[in-house]
Design a protein. Sequence first.
Length: 129
Amino acid sequence: MFGRKKLPVDAPEAQAVVLKTKWISQNTQKGQYLLNVHLRVHFDDGSTTEFSSHYHHIAAEGDVVKVRFDPNDHSKVELVDETWKEQRAARDKHKEDKVARAEQQLSPGAGPPDMHPPPPPQAPQPPSI
């Protein structure tokens, strides 16, 4: 049942770690991706289980995502859609911040002295008469 959408939306949730991803296909015209993701679910009671599923969102190893599960059968697990959107937004924000920091470092006067040496001193101007 792993990854199938048969659990109610109010089923309990747990956290899972993305262990491995593999691209299956990409449709650039529609902006859709299909990945095979392998996850390890961590339940509140300390137990874990692993499963693989196809999914239409970008994921990276080490992402922590939400899953729903059947409390009577921990082998019944499915991914929660909203998690992937949150992870992608966080990655996009990190990239934007990284670009902004790089731009700031390259602005005049912001980097180390050897990157942006001061302008050469100007020769004194003769007094105007």
